[in-house]
Design a protein. Structure first.
Length: 101
């Protein structure tokens, strides 16, 4: 079992390394597509949630639709998810050294 977990962690790390290289615009498309799948299948996924968690069906469907809504929000909110380069020049330490002569 430990080896199985170790293998899954190694695979997750490799996958994350590849995902980091995917351009932001491609990630946006994938997130929007996933949101569309959730929205179009909200009743199906809602029934699963109801069965597994014993939630009322209306709440379960609303939960799925809320997830789709949030995914679209983050896909459209470039300023939140888009990588940005920070200018850290202000962190450079400047100093003058005095020597006794």
């Amino acid at each position: 079992m430990e080896q199985l977990i170790e293998n899954k962690l190694i695979q997750a790390n490799k996958t994350f390394s590849e995902w980091r290289k995917v351009p932001f615009e491609d990630k946006q498309k994938l997130i929007r597509k996933a949101a569309e799948i959730l929205k179009n299948n909200s009743e199906k996924f809602g029934r699963i949630i109801t069965t597994e968690m014993n939630k009322p069906i209306a709440e379960s469907i609303a939960e799925v639709e809320k997830c789709a809504l949030m995914m679209n929000y983050y896909a459209d909110a470039e300023n939140i998810l888009k990588p940005e380069k920070l200018n850290l020049n202000f962190l450079i330490l400047k100093f003058i050294m005095f020597q006794k002569g």
